[in-house]
Design a protein around this ligand. Structure first.
Ligand code: NAD
Length: 340
């Protein structure tokens, strides 16, 4: 645990999870936070004026050294990513994120960083173990033999192993969490990179506002997934970073639902019932996936526990407000500049 006066670096801080992490670190009393992202500052989702905010391309080694200078802890969340529609169509771009983690690890070593967090993904899991629709619970060892999600998942698996070997060979203390679908306010909700919960909230809102009571669903609707609310994700990152867990560990909800059930919940929150059009040619990913939380419960006596209903309620309200603001042409569409 840092003392609050040590420098903590968050990369990908202009994005969804990184923005929430920077916010949480401030709330925990950290006085010296450096937030880094490739996006110009006016495109960050959350921006804090008591944080050192840097717009840098972290695929470049020299920029990783600027980002890591004097750092005590680094949380490396920067990556080129998005929902299934994005990662299936941008495999090379996703794999190029390997440059970020490679150079951030090297810079961390050079700058004497004490602890390094890496955000991996459930996309590292072997595809053969995710063929059934009955939400197979994936335990950490199911990543091998390796048959990860093409592009994005392979990059995550490689970077996980690099963290492991930087720890074993060079003594850099690393922690790795495999996030399972994270959702919540200040996440991407339009533009092509949004993930299922945000995409469905937006489509339900569009249908409600337009009066055209139909919704397009990618795939047959019976694919299963679990979705973790952002507050659980941030709590889990904190617990894992300050634990003795050396191996990559699942950080996800174990509440599996079908995509149809996800739509049911959002419809209920919105108070509408929509005609469902299933697009079987759209990107849909594996058939079933859930998080086996045996390991995290053993180590931390905790697991992500916000119910999907509660998390979606907050997410839907937030996207609804953003949608209406955007319709009105108001500035600051998805950006939240907060100097609380
Ligand atoms: P996000 O896209 O909102 O945030 C990632 C940020 O990284 C973006 O703001 C982006 O601009 C930045 N970035 C990309 N390339 C960069 C570069 N070259 N230099 C500096 N910054 C760069 O995504 P997120 O949901 O906040 O994801 C954060 C991390 O968690 C990522 O590593 C992602 O792979 C991982 N993850 C997320 C989920 C999820 O459901 N959101 C699931 C599994 C893993």
């Amino acid at each position: 645990m840092t003392l609050g006066n040590e420098l903590v670096v968050v990369t990908g801080a202009g994005g969804f999870i990184g923005g929430h992490l920077a916010s949480a670190l401030r709330a925990q009393g950290h006085k010296w936070i450096r937030a880094v992202d490739i996006k110009p500052l006016d495109e960050w989702y959350q921006l804090f004026d008591d944080v050192e905010n840097l717009s840098l391309d972290l695929t470049l080694k020299q920029n990783c050294e600027i980002a890591s200078r004097d750092a005590y802890e680094v949380y490396n969340l920067a990556a080129n990513m998005g929902g299934m529609g994005f990662i299936e169509r941008n495999k090379a771009l996703c794999m190029l994120s390997v440059l970020i983690n490679t150079h951030m690890l090297q810079a961390a070593l050079k700058c004497g960083v004490k602890k390094f967090f890496y955000s991996s993904s459930a996309c590292v899991y072997n595809a053969d173990k995710q063929k059934t629709f009955e939400a197979p619970s994936l335990t950490e060892s199911d990543a091998y033999p390796a048959l990860a999600e093409d592009g994005y998942g392979w990059e995550k698996l490689f970077s996980e192993r690099m963290c492991r070997h930087f720890q074993e060979d060079f003594g850099l203390c690393t922690r790795v969490a495999r996030f399972h679908n994270v959702y919540g306010p200040w996440g991407t909700w339009y533009g092509g990179r949004e993930k299922a919960p945000a995409a469905i909230c937006r489509r339900v809102i569009e249908a409600k506002v337009s009066g055209k009571h139909e919704i397009d669903i990618w795939g047959p609707g019976n694919q299963t997934r679990s979705f973790m609310f952002i507050e659980d994700c941030i709590k889990g990152i904190n617990l894992i970073m300050n634990s003795e867990i050396l191996e990559p560990i699942n950080l996800g909800s174990a509440e599996a639902v079908t995509i149809n059930q996800l739509v049911d919940i959002v419809e209920e929150i919105a108070g509408v019932k929509l005609l469902r059009n299933y697009d079987l040619s759209a990107p849909q990913g594996v058939n079933g996936r859930n998080s086996d939380n045996t390991t995290i419960k053993k180590y931390l006596n905790w697991e992500p526990n916000t119910t999907l209903r509660v998390g979606l309620e907050k997410t839907y309200r937030w996207i609804y407000d953003q949608y209406i603001a955007r319709e009105r042409g108001e500035a600051g569409v998805i950006r939240e500049s907060s100097v609380a």
